[in-house]
Design a protein around this ligand. Structure first.
Ligand code: ATP
Length: 207
C-alpha cells in the first residue's frame, strides 16, 4: 500500500486537500490528529497514563482531558511535552498501521501537521507538502477560527519552518490561490499517485 504523508503549516490547507481526495477519488485519509484525540478519550489506556503523569488542572469537571489546557501546558513545559509524546506517539503509530492494513483504497494519505517533527517519515513512502504564504495562512485561520494572530504565531513557532518543510517534500502543492487552482494540482497529483501504485504492484520481486 502506497502511503503518502500530507503536511503543511497551520492553515496551509491540509483539510481542504484531504477532503477533496477523499470525496472526489475515495482515497482513505488517516488523520493523526483525529487518532490522537480518540486516544485521549476518558477510559483509554493513554488517558490513565496521562492521569498518572499530569496535573489535575488539565482535566475538566467530568474528568475529560481538557485539550486546550493540555496544549497550553505543553507549550510552556518541555518535559511535559516529551512525556505526552512518549505516551501518545507509539499508540498513534500502531493505530496508523492498523488503519492501513484495513484499507482497500488505491493509496492512503496520512495527514499530520507535525508529521516531520514527530518523526513519522519512516511510515510513509512520499511526502506531500502544502505550501501557502504565512500571511495568507494567518488570514484564513482567523476567518476560520476567529482567533488572534498571536495565537497562530505561537503555533507556527512550534512547527518546522517553511523552508525546512519544503526541503523534505517529494511533492509540493501551492495553495496561494483559489480552490480551482488547488483542485487542478490535486487532480494531477492523484494521477501520479495512481501511476506510482500501479508501478509498484507490477514490479516483480525476485526471491
Ligand atoms: P490546520 O493546520 O489548522 O488544521 P489546515 O492545514 O487543515 O489547517 P484548512 O483548514 O484546510 O487548513 O484551511 C484553512 C482555511 O483556509 C479553511 O477555512 C479553508 O476552507 C481555507 N482554504 C484553504 N484553501 C483555500 C483556498 N485555496 N481558497 C480559499 N480558502 C481556502
Amino acid at each position: 500500500m502506497l502511503l503518502i504523508g500530507l503536511t503543511g503549516g497551520i492553515g496551509a490547507g491540509k483539510t481542504e486537500v484531504s477532503d477533496y481526495l477523499h470525496s472526489c477519488y475515495g482515497i482513505k485519509i488517516i488523520d493523526a490528529d483525529v487518532i490522537s484525540r480518540e486516544l485521549l478519550q476518558k477510559g483509554s489506556n493513554a488517558y490513565y497514563e496521562i492521569q498518572q503523569n499530569f496535573p489535575a488542572h488539565i482535566f475538566d469537571a467530568e474528568g475529560n482531558i481538557d485539550r486546550k489546557a493540555l496544549r497550553t501546558l505543553i507549550f510552556d513545559d518541555e518535559a511535559a511535552r516529551q512525556k505526552l509524546e512518549q505516551i501518545i506517539h507509539p499508540r498513534v503509530r500502531s493505530e496508523i498501521k492498523k488503519q492501513i492494513d484495513h484499507s482497500d483504497s488505491a493509496y492512503c494519505i496520512l495527514s499530520a501537521p507535525l508529521l516531520i517533527e514527530a518523526g513519522m517519515n519512516d511510515l510513509i513512502e512520499r511526502l506531500l507538502v502544502i505550501d501557502c504564504s504565512k500571511d495568507l495562512r494567518i488570514q484564513r485561520v482567523i476567518a476560520r477560527d476567529d482567533c488572534k494572530v498571536e495565537d497562530i504565531e505561537k503555533i507556527m513557532a512550534r512547527q518546522l519552518d517553511d523552508k525546512h518543510r519544503l526541503e523534505c517534500a517529494d511533492d509540493i502543492v501551492t495553495n496561494n490561490s483559489n480552490h480551482a487552482s488547488l483542485t487542478d494540482q490535486l487532480d494531477q497529483l492523484h494521477k501520479k499517485y495512481l501511476d506510482l501504485t500501479h508501478q509498484a504492484s507490477h514490479n516483480p520481486t525476485y526471491v
